[in-house]
Design a protein around this ligand. Structure first.
Ligand code: URA
Ligand code: SF4
Length: 214
């Protein structure tokens, strides 16, 4: 795929401007079957940016990130971790819903490496405007988008890391002094055998995030 770069405004002034431009993005083939681009949302001066995988079925229809079941769980966890929701901006590594049709049901499919790469310019543009203090990486797709293909959630979660973009792509993420913290994706909590333990693990990781920006 050609990637999103040619749709990204060269000198955007606001997230709104990016969002409007992203509505026209044809950077990869995920655009066609999906309903709409689902851009990030939140405080323009957010200290913390959460990066998820891609919009799900509900998000695709509503046009907003994390408004389905995973979003509800994430909001609870943010609350239980003591993070002020007005300090947040929430986005996804990939901005269109990837799915497989089975009859009339749309079954979630994880985005592939080519989709992550194609969509990455939007994430870069968001970071360049937001300049957050901390990035919370939700699960493997966001981790691969930001830390490279060898990222594994369970090896890295719950530890404050230096900003990952700079080492591999210094030209890419022109933002200094950001910290990063990886954790489990809220959808993985919903699928876990022991949901309570998985949820508590997410909250514990988010408490580290809360302390890091306190
Ligand atoms: N899962 C994600 O990764 N992002 C969303 O926006 C919703 C569910
Ligand atoms: Fe553009 Fe990303 Fe959507 Fe692909 S997934 S069309 S790169 S916004």
């Amino acid at each position: 795929p050609p990637g999103a770069q040619q749709w990204v405004p060269p000198h955007p002034d606001s997230i709104d401007e990016l969002k409007q431009a992203a509505a026209d993005c044809h950077g990869c083939e995920l655009r066609e079957p999906a309903t709409q681009t689902v851009f990030g949302r939140g405080a323009p001066n957010a200290k913390i940016v959460f990066v998820g995988e891609q919009p799900g079925d509900v998000e695709d229809q509503k046009g907003l990130p994390f408004v389905g079941p995973a979003g509800r769980l994430l909001r609870d966890a943010v609350d239980d971790a003591g993070i002020d929701p007005s300090d947040l901006y929430i986005t996804n590594a990939v901005k269109h819903f990837r799915f497989e049709l089975r009859g009339s049901r749309r079954i979630h499919q994880s985005p592939g490496p080519a989709h992550i790469t194609a969509c990455r310019p939007w994430l870069v543009a968001e970071f360049s405007l937001l300049k957050p203090e901390l990035v919370v990486i939700l699960g493997a797709t966001a981790g691969k988008a930001l830390l490279g293909p060898s990222f594994r959630v369970n090896r890295s979660r719950g530890q404050l890391m230096p900003w990952p973009g700079s080492a591999q792509h210094p030209e890419d993420f022109p933002v200094a002094d950001i910290k990063a913290l990886a954790t489990i994706h809220p959808s993985a909590v919903l699928r876990a055998d022991n949901r309570d333990i998985a949820y508590q693990g997410l909250v514990d990781d988010l408490k580290i995030a809360a302390e890091a920006v306190a």
